[in-house]
Ligand binder design. Structure first.
Ligand code: IPE
Ligand code: IPE
Ligand code: MG
Length: 258
Protein backbone atom coordinates (compact mmCIF):
# COMPACT_ATOMS: atom_id res chain seq x y z
CA UNK A 1 0.00 0.00 0.00
CA UNK A 2 1.25 3.48 -0.72
CA UNK A 3 0.11 6.88 0.50
CA UNK A 4 -0.65 10.01 -1.45
CA UNK A 5 1.87 12.83 -1.67
CA UNK A 6 1.21 16.03 0.31
CA UNK A 7 2.18 18.16 -2.69
CA UNK A 8 -0.57 16.54 -4.76
CA UNK A 9 -3.28 15.80 -2.20
CA UNK A 10 -4.17 17.42 1.10
CA UNK A 11 -3.73 14.95 3.94
CA UNK A 12 -6.20 14.73 6.78
CA UNK A 13 -4.95 16.84 9.71
CA UNK A 14 -5.41 15.27 13.13
CA UNK A 15 -4.80 16.63 16.65
CA UNK A 16 -2.22 13.95 17.34
CA UNK A 17 0.32 13.60 14.54
CA UNK A 18 -0.06 10.31 12.76
CA UNK A 19 3.62 10.08 11.86
CA UNK A 20 6.46 11.59 13.91
CA UNK A 21 10.01 11.54 12.52
CA UNK A 22 12.90 12.30 14.87
CA UNK A 23 16.57 13.13 14.49
CA UNK A 24 18.09 11.75 17.67
CA UNK A 25 20.89 14.24 18.17
CA UNK A 26 23.01 15.32 21.12
CA UNK A 27 24.29 12.01 22.49
CA UNK A 28 27.93 13.08 22.30
CA UNK A 29 27.31 16.40 24.04
CA UNK A 30 25.25 14.68 26.73
CA UNK A 31 28.22 12.42 27.49
CA UNK A 32 30.76 15.25 27.31
CA UNK A 33 28.80 17.26 29.88
CA UNK A 34 29.22 14.32 32.24
CA UNK A 35 32.92 13.76 31.43
CA UNK A 36 31.98 10.43 29.83
CA UNK A 37 33.13 9.05 26.47
CA UNK A 38 30.80 9.94 23.57
CA UNK A 39 29.70 6.33 23.23
CA UNK A 40 28.17 6.46 26.72
CA UNK A 41 25.75 8.98 25.26
CA UNK A 42 24.80 6.60 22.45
CA UNK A 43 24.21 3.84 24.99
CA UNK A 44 21.99 6.08 27.06
CA UNK A 45 20.22 7.18 23.87
CA UNK A 46 18.86 3.64 23.38
CA UNK A 47 16.87 4.11 26.58
CA UNK A 48 15.26 7.19 25.08
CA UNK A 49 14.29 5.10 22.06
CA UNK A 50 12.48 2.69 24.40
CA UNK A 51 10.78 5.61 26.16
CA UNK A 52 9.68 7.11 22.83
CA UNK A 53 8.20 3.87 21.52
CA UNK A 54 6.09 3.57 24.68
CA UNK A 55 5.16 7.27 24.63
CA UNK A 56 4.06 7.12 20.99
CA UNK A 57 1.92 4.04 21.60
CA UNK A 58 0.29 5.76 24.59
CA UNK A 59 -0.48 8.87 22.53
CA UNK A 60 -1.96 7.02 19.57
CA UNK A 61 0.85 7.97 17.18
CA UNK A 62 0.86 5.38 14.39
CA UNK A 63 4.34 5.81 12.88
CA UNK A 64 7.59 6.69 14.63
CA UNK A 65 10.66 7.09 12.46
CA UNK A 66 14.08 7.49 14.08
CA UNK A 67 17.32 8.57 12.41
CA UNK A 68 19.93 6.27 13.94
CA UNK A 69 22.87 6.51 11.52
CA UNK A 70 23.22 8.74 8.49
CA UNK A 71 25.05 8.00 5.25
CA UNK A 72 27.47 10.73 6.37
CA UNK A 73 28.10 9.27 9.85
CA UNK A 74 30.74 6.93 8.34
CA UNK A 75 32.98 10.01 8.48
CA UNK A 76 33.21 9.64 12.28
CA UNK A 77 36.19 7.99 13.98
CA UNK A 78 36.28 4.26 13.22
CA UNK A 79 35.90 3.23 16.87
CA UNK A 80 32.72 5.30 17.26
CA UNK A 81 31.29 3.87 14.03
CA UNK A 82 32.00 0.31 15.12
CA UNK A 83 30.49 1.00 18.56
CA UNK A 84 27.31 2.30 16.89
CA UNK A 85 27.13 -0.82 14.70
CA UNK A 86 27.53 -3.10 17.73
CA UNK A 87 24.93 -1.08 19.63
CA UNK A 88 22.49 -1.48 16.73
CA UNK A 89 22.97 -5.25 16.76
CA UNK A 90 22.67 -5.44 20.57
CA UNK A 91 19.50 -3.33 20.52
CA UNK A 92 17.93 -5.53 17.84
CA UNK A 93 18.78 -8.64 19.83
CA UNK A 94 17.43 -7.22 23.07
CA UNK A 95 14.33 -5.41 21.83
CA UNK A 96 12.71 -7.18 18.87
CA UNK A 97 10.81 -9.73 20.94
CA UNK A 98 9.55 -6.99 23.29
CA UNK A 99 8.48 -4.84 20.36
CA UNK A 100 6.57 -7.82 19.00
CA UNK A 101 4.84 -8.45 22.32
CA UNK A 102 3.76 -4.81 22.36
CA UNK A 103 2.25 -4.90 18.87
CA UNK A 104 4.99 -2.84 17.24
CA UNK A 105 5.92 -3.40 13.60
CA UNK A 106 9.64 -2.86 12.96
CA UNK A 107 11.05 -1.58 9.69
CA UNK A 108 14.62 -0.59 8.89
CA UNK A 109 15.34 1.78 6.00
CA UNK A 110 18.65 2.80 4.47
CA UNK A 111 21.40 1.34 2.34
CA UNK A 112 21.81 -1.96 4.14
CA UNK A 113 24.45 -3.21 1.69
CA UNK A 114 27.19 -1.98 4.04
CA UNK A 115 25.94 -4.05 6.98
CA UNK A 116 27.36 -7.49 7.72
CA UNK A 117 25.40 -10.70 7.19
CA UNK A 118 24.53 -11.13 10.88
CA UNK A 119 23.08 -7.63 11.15
CA UNK A 120 21.10 -8.11 7.94
CA UNK A 121 19.73 -11.39 9.25
CA UNK A 122 18.62 -9.74 12.51
CA UNK A 123 16.93 -6.94 10.58
CA UNK A 124 15.13 -9.33 8.25
CA UNK A 125 13.96 -11.69 10.99
CA UNK A 126 12.83 -8.75 13.15
CA UNK A 127 10.87 -7.26 10.29
CA UNK A 128 9.33 -10.62 9.41
CA UNK A 129 8.38 -11.42 13.01
CA UNK A 130 6.64 -8.08 13.54
CA UNK A 131 5.20 -7.62 10.04
CA UNK A 132 1.60 -8.21 11.12
CA UNK A 133 1.61 -5.77 14.06
CA UNK A 134 -0.57 -2.68 13.84
CA UNK A 135 -0.23 -0.66 17.04
CA UNK A 136 2.82 1.35 15.97
CA UNK A 137 5.21 1.15 13.04
CA UNK A 138 8.72 1.88 14.28
CA UNK A 139 11.12 2.69 11.46
CA UNK A 140 14.84 2.88 12.12
CA UNK A 141 16.83 4.80 9.51
CA UNK A 142 20.28 3.19 9.41
CA UNK A 143 22.90 4.18 6.85
CA UNK A 144 20.11 6.33 5.50
CA UNK A 145 20.33 9.49 3.43
CA UNK A 146 17.47 11.40 1.86
CA UNK A 147 19.41 11.81 -1.38
CA UNK A 148 20.26 8.10 -1.44
CA UNK A 149 16.55 7.34 -1.05
CA UNK A 150 15.46 9.57 -3.94
CA UNK A 151 18.24 8.22 -6.12
CA UNK A 152 17.49 4.56 -5.40
CA UNK A 153 13.81 5.23 -6.15
CA UNK A 154 14.73 6.84 -9.48
CA UNK A 155 17.02 3.93 -10.33
CA UNK A 156 14.31 1.42 -9.44
CA UNK A 157 11.86 3.25 -11.69
CA UNK A 158 14.39 3.31 -14.51
CA UNK A 159 14.89 -0.44 -14.18
CA UNK A 160 11.23 -1.36 -13.83
CA UNK A 161 9.61 1.12 -16.22
CA UNK A 162 12.16 2.20 -18.83
CA UNK A 163 9.31 2.62 -21.32
CA UNK A 164 7.85 5.44 -19.19
CA UNK A 165 11.12 7.42 -18.96
CA UNK A 166 10.40 11.10 -19.37
CA UNK A 167 6.83 10.63 -18.12
CA UNK A 168 7.33 9.46 -14.54
CA UNK A 169 5.04 11.15 -12.07
CA UNK A 170 5.62 12.27 -8.51
CA UNK A 171 3.47 9.36 -7.41
CA UNK A 172 5.57 6.86 -9.40
CA UNK A 173 8.69 8.02 -7.59
CA UNK A 174 7.03 8.14 -4.16
CA UNK A 175 6.00 4.50 -4.54
CA UNK A 176 9.66 3.50 -4.82
CA UNK A 177 10.90 5.45 -1.81
CA UNK A 178 11.93 3.31 1.13
CA UNK A 179 9.00 4.54 3.26
CA UNK A 180 6.27 4.03 0.67
CA UNK A 181 4.46 1.99 3.35
CA UNK A 182 3.90 5.05 5.55
CA UNK A 183 2.17 8.41 5.21
CA UNK A 184 4.56 11.37 5.13
CA UNK A 185 5.64 12.67 8.55
CA UNK A 186 3.29 15.22 10.13
CA UNK A 187 5.80 16.27 12.76
CA UNK A 188 9.59 16.34 12.53
CA UNK A 189 11.51 16.68 15.78
CA UNK A 190 15.25 17.30 16.09
CA UNK A 191 16.83 17.23 19.51
CA UNK A 192 20.28 18.61 20.32
CA UNK A 193 19.79 22.21 19.22
CA UNK A 194 20.88 22.06 15.58
CA UNK A 195 18.35 23.47 13.15
CA UNK A 196 18.99 21.40 10.05
CA UNK A 197 17.67 18.30 8.32
CA UNK A 198 21.08 16.57 7.82
CA UNK A 199 19.93 14.58 4.77
CA UNK A 200 17.04 12.87 6.59
CA UNK A 201 13.74 12.27 4.77
CA UNK A 202 14.19 15.00 2.16
CA UNK A 203 11.28 14.07 -0.08
CA UNK A 204 8.86 13.12 2.67
CA UNK A 205 9.39 16.24 4.81
CA UNK A 206 7.92 18.53 2.13
CA UNK A 207 4.98 19.55 4.36
CA UNK A 208 6.02 18.28 7.78
CA UNK A 209 5.84 20.67 10.72
CA UNK A 210 9.41 21.22 11.94
CA UNK A 211 10.22 21.32 15.66
CA UNK A 212 13.69 21.89 17.09
CA UNK A 213 14.61 21.59 20.73
CA UNK A 214 17.86 22.17 22.63
CA UNK A 215 17.04 19.10 24.75
CA UNK A 216 19.74 16.46 24.18
CA UNK A 217 18.46 13.09 22.97
CA UNK A 218 19.33 11.14 26.16
CA UNK A 219 17.20 13.66 28.12
CA UNK A 220 14.22 13.69 25.75
CA UNK A 221 11.14 12.16 27.39
CA UNK A 222 7.35 11.95 27.26
CA UNK A 223 6.91 15.47 28.65
CA UNK A 224 9.29 16.85 26.02
CA UNK A 225 7.35 14.97 23.33
CA UNK A 226 4.14 16.52 24.63
CA UNK A 227 5.67 19.99 24.28
CA UNK A 228 6.44 19.21 20.65
CA UNK A 229 2.87 17.97 20.11
CA UNK A 230 1.44 21.13 21.71
CA UNK A 231 3.58 23.19 19.34
CA UNK A 232 2.34 21.04 16.43
CA UNK A 233 -1.26 21.60 17.48
CA UNK A 234 -0.77 25.37 17.40
CA UNK A 235 0.35 25.31 13.75
CA UNK A 236 -1.93 26.02 10.86
CA UNK A 237 -1.25 23.43 8.18
CA UNK A 238 -2.26 25.14 4.97
CA UNK A 239 -0.64 22.95 2.29
CA UNK A 240 -0.50 25.95 -0.02
CA UNK A 241 -4.00 27.24 0.65
CA UNK A 242 -4.98 30.44 2.41
CA UNK A 243 -6.06 30.60 6.03
CA UNK A 244 -9.58 31.53 4.97
CA UNK A 245 -9.90 28.37 2.96
CA UNK A 246 -9.26 26.30 6.08
CA UNK A 247 -11.99 27.92 8.18
CA UNK A 248 -14.64 28.99 5.73
CA UNK A 249 -16.86 31.76 7.06
CA UNK A 250 -20.22 30.30 8.11
CA UNK A 251 -21.87 32.63 5.60
CA UNK A 252 -19.73 31.57 2.66
CA UNK A 253 -21.83 30.30 -0.17
CA UNK A 254 -25.10 31.37 1.43
CA UNK A 255 -24.88 35.14 1.09
CA UNK A 256 -25.13 36.49 -2.42
CA UNK A 257 -23.59 39.83 -1.38
CA UNK A 258 -20.29 38.37 -0.30
C1 IPE B 1 23.39 11.55 17.55
O1 IPE B 1 24.19 12.10 18.53
C2 IPE B 1 23.68 10.11 17.31
C3 IPE B 1 24.24 9.81 15.99
C4 IPE B 1 24.47 10.66 15.03
C5 IPE B 1 24.54 8.42 15.73
P1 IPE B 1 25.61 12.71 18.18
O2 IPE B 1 26.64 11.65 18.30
O3 IPE B 1 25.57 13.41 16.87
O4 IPE B 1 25.78 13.76 19.35
P2 IPE B 1 26.43 15.19 19.27
O5 IPE B 1 25.73 15.94 18.17
O6 IPE B 1 27.89 15.00 18.97
O7 IPE B 1 26.19 15.77 20.62
C1 IPE C 1 22.17 13.45 12.24
O1 IPE C 1 22.98 13.80 13.32
C2 IPE C 1 22.16 11.99 12.04
C3 IPE C 1 21.60 11.17 13.13
C4 IPE C 1 21.06 11.59 14.22
C5 IPE C 1 21.66 9.77 12.90
P1 IPE C 1 24.47 14.32 13.12
O2 IPE C 1 24.94 14.72 14.45
O3 IPE C 1 25.26 13.33 12.38
O4 IPE C 1 24.22 15.59 12.18
P2 IPE C 1 25.21 16.79 11.79
O5 IPE C 1 26.46 16.18 11.29
O6 IPE C 1 25.45 17.59 13.02
O7 IPE C 1 24.43 17.55 10.76
MG1 MG D 1 25.20 15.30 16.32
Amino acid sequence: MSFLSSTRDIPEVRAVPRHVAMIMDGNGRWAKKRFLPRVAGHKRGVETVRTMVKACVERGIEYLTLFAFSSENWRRPADEVSFLMRLFVAALQAEVEKLHQNGVRLRVIGDLSRFDARTLELVRTGEALTAGNTRLTLTIAANYGGRWDILQAANALARQHPEKAGHWTEQDLAEHLSMAYAPEPDLFIRTGGEQRVSNFLLWQLAYAELYFTDCLWPEFDGAALDQAIVSYQSRERRFGRTSEQLTPSPRAGTDGNV
